[in-house]
Design a protein around this ligand. Structure first.
Ligand SMILES: [Fe+2]
Length: 186
């Protein structure tokens, strides 16, 4: 394991208590690694950005307007590469910061797909990722009353920002999550 990933996991231990949030971070890392491979980008940098992107979630629960700003500060202080710090800061869309690099665009538009796929897995008969298909994810994506917390408008931005259809994102994300299903407990 890289030194940077080790450091990221240490920070997670320090800042995150909620097991589901830890799983969300691992799922986002897996997705970001898969996207980096697709775009021929730095897999380690993209993966770690996914792994730490919600590092301040529990600290900012009462102050959602601080979410991602505080996280970026923590990561900067810990010496994380600037491209990771910037991508983390920008990913919270309530700040209306414009994602500029491909890494920023990917984290901004794609990370909510992991939570969406968890929601789909949880309504399958055995609640397993292995039962989920891309077709099922897309059916649920169109069903407005399902997993209302997932911001479809942000996820759909992958089309203009990355040039990939939501369906392709769902496929990449599902496969990446299925590969670590034991760690996700799904
Ligand atoms: Fe997140």
């Amino acid at each position: 394991m890289s030194e940077l990933r080790e450091k990221a996991l240490e920070l997670i231990d320090q800042y995150i208590n909620n097991e589901n949030l830890k799983k969300h971070l691992l799922a986002t890392e897996a997705l970001m690694r898969a996207l980096a491979r697709k775009f021929n980008e730095n897999e380690e940098i993209w993966g770690i950005a996914g792994l730490v992107h919600d590092i301040d979630w529990e600290l900012t629960k009462e102050n959602p307007e601080k979410h991602s700003i505080l996280g970026a500060e923590i990561l900067e202080k810990e010496g994380f590469p600037k491209e990771i710090v910037d991508a983390v800061r920008i990913h919270n869309h309530i700040h209306n910061l414009e994602p500029k690099t491909l890494l920023e665009k990917a984290l901004y538009s794609c990370e909510e797909m992991t939570g969406f796929i968890v929601a789909v897995a949880l309504v399958m008969p055995n609640k397993k990722l292995s039962e989920v298909t891309v077709e099922r994810v897309m059916d649920k994506f169109k069903e407005k009353s399902f997993a209302k917390g997932a911001n479809r408008e942000i996820i759909k931005k992958c089309e203009e920002l990355l040039g990939i259809k939501v369906e392709e994102l769902a496929e990449i994300c599902l496969k990446a999550m299925q590969e670590i299903s034991d760690q996700l407990g799904l």
